[in-house]
Design a protein around this ligand. Structure first.
Ligand SMILES: [Zn+2]
Length: 222
């Protein structure tokens, strides 16, 4: 679907089902309602921070035994398509496309969620799944979006740390605010929205519930 930014006139090609779009040229926040662009009158900015990821770009996951980041039980490294070309690497575990970034902030600092599609891969995983890479002080945790619930899941947010829930333990419950976002999202995002989250752990895996606007996202480790 093609839309036009009402603020600067730039054209954007967005995937069906996207509900929030930030113009990459003028940072204007648009909402999509019934295939029409709705102006919010707001802009979204994210201060640059050194990272391998960027919205609108492709990345590769390669094996690197020295890395602490894990994917499919392997120690992996995330590199840009430029680096894959420069290092003449032919073998990779997965190819990613980053379509969105949300920057969160709270008393503990800030972190980024990168919304990612896996375009092709050399492992048996569902290529239609959408993934979220959480990058916090250089640590990377990848989960897939298991469910987007279009209301707030009060059940999980009434629990306490240390309790078990559906086979997981509740490790942390917290609140962060959305400092800014970039790209396209299949739900409404607002600047300055407070986002509650619950981090869950189980043996060898993690999960997370998070509220964005009026939606509850359920993320599961892979
Ligand atoms: Zn624009």
């Amino acid at each position: 679907m093609e839309i036009t930014c009402p603020s600067c006139g730039a054209r954007h090609n967005i995937q069906a089902g996207m509900l929030s779009v930030v113009c990459e040229y003028c940072n204007n926040i648009m909402k999509i309602e019934r295939d029409e662009v709705v102006e919010t009158g707001q802009k979204s900015f994210i201060l640059p921070f050194p990272t391998v990821f960027d919205v609108g770009k492709y990345f590769y996951v390669i094996e690197n035994k020295k890395s602490n980041d894990k994917l499919f039980g392997k120690n992996v490294e995330y590199i840009s398509d430029k680096e894959l070309y420069e290092r003449k690497l032919k073998d990779y575990i997965a190819k990613l496309y980053v379509y969105g970034q949300i920057r969160y902030t709270n008393d503990g600092g800030f972190w980024d969620d990168w919304f990612v599609r896996i375009l092709e891969n050399k492992k048996d995983i569902d290529r239609n799944k959408n993934f979220v890479i959480k990058e916090n002080e250089g640590l990377i945790n990848i989960q897939y979006i298991s469910k987007i619930q279009e209301d707030i899941n009060h059940e999980i947010f009434s629990k306490s740390v240390g309790l078990s829930y559906n086979g997981y333990f509740i490790q942390e419950i917290g609140t962060a605010s959305i400092e800014g976002f970039k790209g396209d999202f299949p739900f409404f995002v607002d600047n300055q929205d407070n986002s509650k989250y619950v981090d869950l752990v189980a043996q060898n895996t993690t999960a997370e519930y998070k509220i964005i606007g009026n939606n509850t996202l359920f993320l599961q480790g892979i």
